[in-house]
Design a protein around this ligand. Structure first.
Ligand SMILES: Nc1ncnc2c1ncn2[C@@H]1O[C@H](COP(=O)(O)OP(=O)(O)OP(=O)(O)O)[C@@H](O)[C@H]1O
Ligand SMILES: [Mg+2]
Length: 247
């Protein structure tokens, strides 16, 4: 869903951070961060290693400490809400170092993704729906997750995060370490999901690729948002190109 309007205020945002300063304990990593993503959009966060991209996602989801400022979801303040509450509330998160349970089968891993459901039948039904969408996973549902290839594992992580049928999905570097053909596959999935209505916030080290699918982009450096704009605007911004796109 491409849009060129970047004048989003937090009023019409689905997910936003307002003046967030955050980190871990007494360590501050992010300084006065403001970002917002509207319903149905893909937001993409880029920036150098160590700039705080993962910390930004963790600050939204409750894995890092928000020291000041607020996080809002659907107009409601969720600052400091726990990851479990966020998952149950319609947000799912694939961590950068997301992993699967290697000794469990693909199917058991999928069921773990639905652990917030009260009833096990619901989880099993949802897994079947996802095997229809990801036939590769259906085919290997009995295989131990520890024996999957990198691309298969990434798909399992993605599908497992979809067990709760989230409204928002946060993906931290979904393409890292994958061969080009798997990268394209993962990006196709992301765009498909977005077309079906899932709002997405993405961290992507392949900045060109990430911004090219994004409605809205954010450049983070040294814990501060340096640029915000539509994906196209950032791709065409000379300074962003020179500093962050290697061009
Ligand atoms: N659990 C933690 N406790 C203390 N400091 C941390 C913790 N996790 C990350 N940091 C620090 O926060 C800073 C930002 O790290 P973060 O992982 O958010 O960067 P990033 O932009 O995601 O980097 P990369 O591109 O390498 O994934 C780094 O200086 C890092 O050392
Ligand atoms: Mg990171």
């Amino acid at each position: 869903m491409a849009t060129t309007d970047t004048s989003t205020t937090t009023d019409d945002a689905l997910l936003s951070m307002t003046d967030v300063t955050s980190g871990y304990g007494n360590t501050t990593v992010l300084h006065d961060v403001n970002i917002s993503v509207r319903e149905g959009e893909i937001g993409c966060l880029i920036g150098p290693n160590g700039s705080g991209k993962s910390t930004l996602m963790k600050s939204i989801y409750g894995f890092a400490d928000v020291q000041s400022g607020t996080v809002q979801f659907r107009g409601e303040e969720i600052t400091g809400r726990s990851p479990q509450e966020n998952l149950a509330g319609g947000m799912s998160y694939v961590l950068q170092d997301a992993s699967v349970f290697p000794r469990m089968s693909v199917h058991e891993n999928m069921l773990m993704g639905g652990y917030v459901f009260d009833d096990d039948d619901r989880a099993a039904e949802r897994a079947e729906e996802l095997y229809d969408e990801f036939p590769i996973l259906g085919d290997i549902r009995g295989q131990k997750a520890g024996t999957l290839s990198g691309g298969q594992r990434r798909l399992l992580e993605l599908a497992r995060a979809l067990m709760v049928d989230p409204d928002v999905m946060m993906l931290d570097e979904p393409s890292i370490g994958l061969e080009p053909r798997f990268i394209d596959d993962v990006f196709e999935r992301i765009e498909q999901l977005n077309d079906l209505g899932t709002t997405i916030l993405l961290v992507e080290q392949n900045a060109e690729k990430g911004l090219s699918v994004a409605d809205r982009g954010f450049v983070l450096a040294s814990g501060e948002i340096k640029f915000t704009g539509s994906g196209t605007e950032l791709l065409n911004n000379e300074e962003v190109g020179r500093l962050y796109l290697g061009g």
